[in-house]
Structure formats: structure tokens, C-alpha cells
Write a new protein. Structure first.
Length: 66
């Protein structure tokens, strides 16, 4: 299991890689300014997909990453 510091560092690297500097900053500011319920967000994120669709997308994502 990773430490909290390692998770923060890996998370920032992932955000920067995926979003770039400016959009990462915007994302972080949105989380800080707005009330954020992670559990509700996760529940709603894939509400219209079943587990097989989610699994298929995850598999495709992994293939693209190499």
C-alpha cells in the first residue's frame, strides 16, 4: 500500500500528464471550491453503463497505454 504522500505525487503526475498544467490547476480549484461528494460522483460517473461495458473500456484503455 502506498503512503499518502506517494499517492499525492502519483495523482499529480497523472493529472499533469492527462490534463496539462492549466487544466490540472482548474481541476484542483474546482474540487476545492465546490462541495464534492466523491461517492456520489463515482456512483453517477458510470450510471448508464453495466459492469461489462466498464470492463471493456478499461481493457481498451490498458491496451492503448501499452
Amino acid at each position: 500500500m502506498s503512503t499518502k504522500e506517494e499517492i499525492k505525487q502519483r495523482g499529480m503526475k497523472a493529472l499533469l500528464k492527462e490534463l496539462g498544467d492549466v487544466d490540472t490547476e482548474v481541476f484542483i480549484k474546482m474540487l476545492i471550491r465546490e462541495p464534492f461528494d466523491y461517492t456520489k460522483w463515482q456512483r453517477d460517473l458510470w450510471a448508464d453503463m453495466d459492469v461489462d461495458e466498464i470492463s471493456e473500456q478499461a481493457t481498451e484503455y490498458q491496451k492503448k497505454k501499452g
